[in-house]
Design a protein around this ligand. Structure first.
Ligand SMILES: C[C@@]1(C(=O)O)OC[C@H]2O[C@@H](O)[C@H](O)[C@@H](O)[C@H]2O1
Length: 468
């Protein structure tokens, strides 16, 4: 079977990780511009000052994506490039860059798929409390509307937020991401609620103003599976899926928070402050969401936690490495002998991906899905100057096959975006963790080079994955 003709084969990036030009053309400071310069926060003190210089080299990069036959490019907009202080004055040069980027995509018949927020919050807002402060919600809605007005004549696909669970939990539970706070559990849940309100208000505004196209949100998709059939471990599975998935997906797709989590948080005095008006907003906007974006890399294998609650913070544990207890100590993730893992100990399981998508359909019905990220973080083998990233080809082949099976089994998947189009700055892992189809040679002026997977993906797109 060929993938449907309107299925989008894409690839993704994020502003802070690719653009560089951190202080050029009127751009304001982001929280990551500041946080990454705190000694020890990132591997080898890497930061996004230059990244892979997409800001100056986007035409070359888009041309390479077009050569690959890429049908769609998912990229994010740097909020502080548009609003240097988070709100107030608009930076026209910032709008100009994204207008040029969008026009370059369209010139090559590449569909722009825009993420409004991929973690780079204006520092001016972070300093006023960031996502714990309701004012940030107001500022986001203004930023979103400015983008709708400026780009909505050519952009027809919008994602409000990328992976709320990551920037909220790493910002307020483990402290590995800005603002670097550890153990603020109530603050963590409050930020997730504020992000949900910012999303819902932006969706309602998008629909009320009659912008063309579709809007949704992207969440981590990390389905939990018990290590066995023991009752206590099946409970751990239920608990993990409730807190890591339903807490984020239900308010968007059902318009309500999962009762099990609300009850648990209330009993612990951790329930976010939520007004009736906000809860009504979630309820009335749920049906306005056009799709849900899934960022799937791996499942989590869980069991009842039998050790003291040790919040393993720090860089290496922030990338989803198994072995950590949940924030509340109820369950822990484990590695299993019969599973396959990446160099960063992330399980590789296209099977769990397909099972998880069925779980979502059972809970949310026939919701339109985009796979907005999926890929292999690896240290790519280089042989005689050629980047032979066969492990990445094998990983992506298995996951596109799972997407194909999902579509054949009646699950409404409308597109697949590999993470990432081009090698880029990993938030905490510098450049050692590569994801791209295009290699960036940091030893030779950021020269671009096509990997083996570049040619492989080109063929997959051309044949619409018919032979998978
Ligand atoms: C933590 C990590 C990683 O470095 O592997 O997960 C996979 C991927 O997720 C994306 O949303 C991040 O923007 C990107 O940088 C990657 O981040």
């Amino acid at each position: 079977m060929k993938m449907p003709k309107d299925f989008l084969f894409g690839a993704a990036s994020a502003s802070y990780q690719v653009e560089g030009a951190w202080n050029e053309d009127g751009k304001g400071l982001s929280n990551w511009d500041v946080f990454s310069k705190i000694p020890g926060k990132t591997f080898e003190d890497t930061n996004g000052d230059v990244a892979v210089d997409h800001y100056h080299r986007y035409k070359e990069d888009i041309a390479l994506m077009a050569e690959m036959g890429l049908e769609s490019y998912r990229f994010s907009i740097s909020w502080p490039r548009v609003f240097p202080n988070g709100t107030g004055e608009v930076n026209e040069k910032g709008l100009e860059f994204y207008n040029n980027l969008i026009d370059e995509c369209l010139k090559h018949n590449i569909v722009p798929f825009v993420t409004l927020y991929h973690w780079d919050l204006p520092q001016a807002l972070e300093e006023k409390g960031g996502w714990k402060n309701k004012e940030t919600v107001d500022a986001f809605v203004r930023f979103a509307d400015t983008c709708f007005q400026s780009f909505g004549d050519r952009v027809r696909h919008w994602i409000t937020f990328n992976e709320a669970v990551i920037f909220c939990s790493l910002g307020y539970l483990t402290g590995a991401h800005p603002p670097g706070i550890e153990g603020d559990v109530k603050g963590y849940f409050q930020t997730t609620h504020h992000v949900n309100i910012a999303h819902a208000r932006s969706v309602e505004l998008f629909k009320q103003n009659g912008y063309e196209g579709e809007i949704g949100i992207t969440h981590v998709f990390n389905p939990a599976f018990s290590i066995d059939d023991a009752e206590e471990n099946k409970f751990a599975e239920m608990h993990a899926n409730a807190y890591a998935t339903h807490w984020f997906y239900d308010p968007v797709l059902k318009g309500t928070y999962p009762e099990y989590v609300v009850k648990g948080l209330d009993e612990q005095g951790l329930l976010p402050e939520m007004t009736d008006e906000e809860l009504d907003l979630l309820k009335r906007t749920a049906s306005m969401n056009d799709f849900i974006g899934l960022n799937y890399y791996s499942p989590q294998r869980v069991m009842k936690n039998d050790s003291a609650l040790v919040m393993a913070g720090g860089r290496e544990n922030s990338t989803g490495r198994p072995g950590n207890p949940s924030f509340d100590g109820v369950y822990k993730t484990v590695m299993m002998d019969d599973k396959v893992y990446t160099k960063w100990s992330w399980e590789i399981s296209p099977e769990a991906f397909l099972d998880g998508m069925h779980m979502l359909k059972d809970r949310y019905g026939d919701v339109k899905i985009y796979i907005t990220e999926n890929g292999l973080g690896d240290v790519d083998p280089i042989v005689d100057g050629e980047i032979l990233d066969d492990p990445r080809i094998e990983y992506i082949e298995g996951h596109i096959r799972a997407v194909k099976h999902a579509v054949e089994q009646g699950i409404n998947v409308a597109g697949y975006y590999a993470w990432s189009a081009i090698d880029l700055l990993s938030w905490l892992n510098g450049y050692k963790k590569q994801y791209g189809f295009i290699y960036v040679d940091h030893a030779n002026g950021l020269e671009r080079k096509k990997k083996k997977s570049f040619y492989w993906y080109k063929d997959i797109i051309a044949t619409r994955a018919e032979n998978l």
